[in-house]
Design a protein around this ligand. Structure first.
Ligand code: PLP
Length: 388
């Protein structure tokens, strides 16, 4: 089956639901059985049958089946948010006394999880240069149990040499996990590159409409139970409406991503030509330092990239952002709409030194007409010049 066909058909099973095209929203906590024998039997298969709302419903199982199929994984585990998916994946591997290697470009709330939550339980984290490649070997200790990747990195957008890192991890019996949110299961398939656990913040492109929180972890069959147990032990399960919205959203994700990519490429190229812009950080651009790796491993690019501006004052930055008509100022991304967000890597980086000419802005390029978006940014730069 080709990708477009797969997206439309995976995880639906109309024959189980009176022919309805979409699986219904199952709202369930209690699931009753008729006899003691049935009850006893089903208690031995709590993660593979419908037994209790927290373990899964036919709606969450349909979503998991669809995501696993798109990722090229055997199984997937749906949870309450993208951060919860990162936490479940990590907790399925690390235990007290372990050491974990985490990319310095990691999504910041995962850094908080490692530093504020895991450290007091005796898990030590070392952050590494995202471009380290095979030199990751030098950082591995006897008690290293997990290497965490993210490509491109949050905000700073570095690509990682994923197969080099996973090859070393495999040799040493170390598990690897990746945050695949930027690429989605359509543009990068981590398991094909040796990654053990692939996480998606479904809140972003899978849901795709900025109206639900949802996360999912994909894996080979033998790792399913450890992730499911980690999620269950922390009471971590998706809401019934949310998981339905994820299932509904992913049907159009292929189409949406093509438009996000086309618009983002135009916006990024236009920004590259602006005198106010020092650098555009987007691996789909030929002169991005991560371009060769991106081209080798990824099938396309999504709508999120960053820019480093030339030196500009806070007033100038506000002049640019405050008057924008089509770019919302807010966290998260992956919905149909455009967003802008200032960020400062010097405030959180520990393994690498961030040196940039001026302030940084992250853009999510939505599905609006690209000429409107470019016109909006151009007016922003004019406001910026006016207050210089
Ligand atoms: C947003 C995001 C998350 C977290 O997702 P939530 O659903 O907001 O918890 C994780 N990783 C990346 C890369 C993200 O951008």
């Amino acid at each position: 089956m080709k990708t477009e066909t797969k997206i439309v058909s995976v995880g639906r099973h109309p024959e189980k639901h009176f022919g309805a095209v979409n699986p219904p929203v199952f709202r369930a906590s209690t699931i009753t059985r008729q006899t003691l024998a049935e009850w006893s039997d089903v208690r031995t298969r709590i993660f593979d049958d419908v037994v209790y709302g927290r373990f899964g419903t036919p709606t969450s199982m349909a979503f998991e089946e669809a995501v696993a199929a798109l990722e090229g994984a055997d199984r997937a585990v749906a949870v309450s948010s993208g951060k919860a998916a990162c936490a479940a994946a990590i907790l399925s591997v690390v235990k007290g006394g372990d050491h974990m290697l985490v990319t310095d470009s990691v999504y910041q709330p995962v850094r908080k999880f490692a530093n504020d939550f895991l450290a007091p339980f005796g898990v030590e984290t070392t952050y590494y240069d995202p471009t380290i490649g095979a030199n990751i070997a030098d950082l591995i200790r006897d008690n290293t149990s997990l290497i965490w990747l993210e490509a491109p990195g949050s905000q700073t957008m570095e690509m990682q040499d994923i197969p080099s890192i996973t090859a070393i991890a495999r040799e040493r019996g170390i598990k690897t996990g990746i945050d695949n949110t930027w690429a989605t299961p359509l543009l990068f398939k981590p398991l094909d590159f040796g990654v053990d656990l692939s996480v998606n913040a479904a809140t972003k492109y899978l849901v795709g409409h900025s109206d639900a929180m949802l996360g999912v972890v994909s894996m080979r069959a033998e790792l399913f139970e450890s992730v499911k147990i980690a999620a269950n032990n922390t009471g971590n399960c998706p809401g019934s409406e949310e998981v339905y919205l994820g299932l509904r959203g992913l049907r159009t994700m292929g189409l949406r991503l093509k438009q996000h990519e086309q618009n983002a490429l135009k916006a990024a190229r236009w920004l590259e030509g602006r005198p106010e812009v020092n650098r555009v950080l987007y691996p789909a651009l030929p002169d991005d330092p991560g371009h060769a790796i991106w081209k080798r491993d990824f099938k396309g690019s999504s709508g999120l990239f960053s820019t480093v501006l030339e030196p500009a004052s806070e007033t100038q930055l506000a002049a640019f952002i405050d008057g924008l008509r089509h770019f919302g100022l807010g966290a998260s991304w992956g919905g149909f709409e455009s967003l802008v967000l200032p960020f400062d890597p010097t405030s959180y980086r520990t393994a690498t030194k961030w040196e940039a000419a001026g302030p940084c802005l992250r853009f999510h390029i939505g599905l609006e007409n690209i000429d409107d978006l470019i016109g909006d940014m151009e007016a922003g730069f004019h406001r910026m010049q006016a207050v210089a």
